[in-house]
Design a protein around this ligand. Structure first.
Ligand SMILES: [Zn+2]
Length: 282
């Protein structure tokens, strides 16, 4: 059998750590449903009502993925899938406390939390909000958004919450995992920067694990943009699982925010411990 030249995650999950991790994810999804619902009802500024769904979705995506990574879930696909399901479940659940809090804010007489736990009653309460608008409950109508416009807002809200999860989760998930040590390797980003003009020379030879090419091309100038960057991941346990990536980095200014676009030119070539040390020393 030819040994692999590039790292590929094993898709494995830890049967010891996955069940407690899923329990923690479920608990977070449950608590965050209430936090989000009350934040949406008592949000003081209307602009925040547009920001909160994005913050909620991004926070859930990052948080759930972080926990799954701690639980040694190797596959970004599995981690992203679980993060999406946990966020979708949490968001669906948030309708129950949200409906309750919307009526409670309006001091609707005789309201108890049991009213929102009984599905037919929950549905008719949401229908009431749809007809009169969330801000007009108990005040006899008014200028609040209601009807079809409110329905569109709800669809937009769901898209904001759920749409961002895959991006955040997939970005945070994965990494290089040493199956021998049963632990994640440490990333060592930005080991060296190389000029884009050397990409055609670098990419095939690095994919072939011909590291001499790194001594044959010049280094990037500090002001170069775009440029190539070498990132390593090394196992601090056995030292046997080490990878090298070459990424094309392009910085652009959008308003007063800097946008960094990264694309991998060489993805996770496996190195020996000696090779990784040599690259690390530059
Ligand atoms: Zn190791």
């Amino acid at each position: 059998m030819i040994p692999p030249t590039h790292y590929r995650h094993s898709n494995r999950v830890s049967l010891l750590w996955l069940p407690p991790a899923l329990a923690v994810c479920a608990a977070i999804a449950f608590v965050m449903a209430f936090v989000y619902a009350y934040a949406m009802v008592y949000v003081p500024v209307v602009q925040l009502a547009f920001l909160l769904p994005i913050v909620y979705g991004a926070g859930m995506g990052a948080g759930i993925t972080w926990i799954l990574k701690k639980a040694k879930v190797r596959s970004p696909f599995i981690a992203t899938g679980i993060a999406f399901l946990a966020t979708a479940g949490s968001y669906a659940l948030s309708w129950i406390p949200w409906t309750y809090a919307t009526y409670a804010r309006a001091d609707v007489p005789g309201l108890t939390f049991l009213d929102v736990l009984w599905p037919p009653s929950l549905i008719s309460m949401i229908a009431g909000i749809y007809e009169t608008g969330a801000w007009s409950i108990g005040s006899g109508g008014g200028e609040a958004v209601s009807g079809v416009m409110l329905g569109i807002c709800w669809v937009m809200e769901a898209i904001f919450v759920l749409g961002i999860v895959p991006f955040v989760a997939h970005g945070a998930a994965g990494g290089v995992f040493c199956e021998k040590c049963d632990r994640w390797c440490s990333p060592i980003p930005d080991v060296m920067r190389l000029p884009v003009s050397a990409q055609r020379e670098l990419a095939p030879r690095l994919d072939d694990r011909d590291l001499r090419v790194l001594t044959e091309v010049p280094r990037a100038q500090p002001y170069d943009n775009p440029f190539l960057v070498v990132d390593l991941a090394v196992c601090n346990g056995c030292g046997e699982t080490n990878t090298l990536c070459l990424a094309h980095v392009h910085r652009t200014q959008q308003g007063n925010r800097e946008h960094v676009a990264r694309t991998y030119v060489v993805s996770h070539v496996l190195l020996t411990r000696e090779q990784a040390d040599w690259v690390r020393r530059g």
